[in-house]
Ligand binder design. Structure first.
Ligand SMILES: NC(=O)c1ccc[n+]([C@@H]2O[C@H](COP(=O)([O-])OP(=O)(O)OC[C@H]3O[C@@H](n4cnc5c(N)ncnc54)[C@H](OP(=O)(O)O)[C@@H]3O)[C@@H](O)[C@H]2O)c1
Length: 305
């Protein structure tokens, strides 16, 4: 295969995508990191700006582009769409395939599981999450209107270890509280389709070779609540699952905060098209490195990143 450019290769998901492709050995991989990062082997550039992206694409001429970028602040996400992504869409021709990682958060959230034909539902709010959602919808629209050869991949929450071995922030927060002997409260009616980061990275690597067009929903075949997730993590790490208390988000709070309760995904198209299997939460956690979980719990204090 030819040349693949991974935007956001210093990130949680992008790090695994980059490593997966490099390990294949027959792919020429170019990865980028943020302008202030210094990650060995990656090209630092600001993806909110068009010019550096234009120059890099002229130099590298990739066959496939994988967009694994997320702004540090929700209100900056739109700059990524208007700057780097818009430049990518307008500069590359039909021979370059774009794999854009979007999010389940764009979905209306009334009742999942949602199929790929569901359009993003813009958020009238102004929180960082609202701005993130609206920017991803803007990006999906730019691809739909301007790109000739693209696949929009929508995952739900992603968990697992980063390439440096640290667990993701969500899992660390759960385990951090439990390690301090605190119980935690998690909603039982916030339903999502979780993805293990290595499964998702392998799926994206496979998608570089497949002619799948349009939107693709990916993740575990079984939706789970945030309470299910935290309970499964607690159990796997050897804590009492009773420390994870379930509560229901009330209809009033859902209305007031415009919470998207159920953005779970119908992943049947992905399971038909991909040979990569995106495991359920229970399967993936059963195979998770428990020694790392225990070592981090028993060792240095948990960070709250
Ligand atoms: N994490 C989840 O649960 C989740 C759920 C659904 C969808 N997603 C989507 O999955 C993708 C990857 O998310 P992630 O969790 O891996 O994010 P992440 O760990 O925060 O990584 C984000 C990446 O974007 C880069 N970046 C941010 N701002 C940049 C800028 N202005 N210029 C250049 N690069 C910039 C970062 O570079 P530096 O760190 O080097 O600055 C990093 O490589 C995103 O598209 C996200 O929307 C994530």
């Amino acid at each position: 295969m030819g040349r693949v450019m991974v935007f956001g290769a210093s990130g949680f998901l992008g790090g695994h995508v980059y490593r997966n492709l490099v390990n294949q050995g027959n792919v020429d991989v170019v990865g980028t990191c943020g302008p202030e990062s210094q990650t060995a082997g990656l090209v630092p550039l600001d993806l909110t700006l068009g010019d550096p992206v234009r120059r890099l694409l002229r130099d590298v001429v990739p066959d496939v582009i994988i967009w694994c970028v997320m702004a540090r602040r929700g209100d900056h996400e739109i700059r990524l769409s208007e700057g780097g992504l818009s430049t990518v869409v307008h500069q590359v021709g039909q021979s370059t395939r774009i794999l854009f990682v979007s999010t389940d958060a764009v979905l209306p959230g009334h009742r999942g599981p949602y199929g790929e034909s569901t359009h993003g539902a813009e958020s009238p709010g102004t929180t960082a999450l609202d701005q993130y959602i609206n920017a991803k919808i803007d990006a999906e629209r730019r691809l739909g209107e301007g790109a000739a050869n693209y696949c929009i991949v929508r995952p739900g929450p992603i968990y697992g270890t980063r390439v440096d071995g640290r667990w993701d922030g969500r899992t660390r927060r759960v385990l951090g509280a439990l390690a301090r002997g605190e119980s935690i409260e998690q909603p039982v009616n916030l339903i999502r389709t979780y993805s293990h980061v290595e499964d998702l990275a392998a799926g994206l690597a496979e998608l570089t070779r497949l002619p799948i067009e349009g939107v693709l929903h990916v993740g575990s075949p079984i939706p789970a609540s945030h309470w299910d997730f935290a309970t499964a993590v607690a159990q796997r790490a050897g804590f009492s699952p009773h420390l994870v208390r379930g509560f229901e988000i009330s209809p009033g709070e859902v209305r007031e905060r415009q919470i998207r309760l159920d953005t779970s995904l119908d992943t049947s198209r992905a399971s038909r098209c991909l040979t990569t299997r995106l495991r359920s939460l229970d399967e993936a956690l059963a195979e998770a490195p428990i020694d790392i979980l225990r070592e981090q719990v028993g060792g240095r204090p948990w960070e709250s990143h």
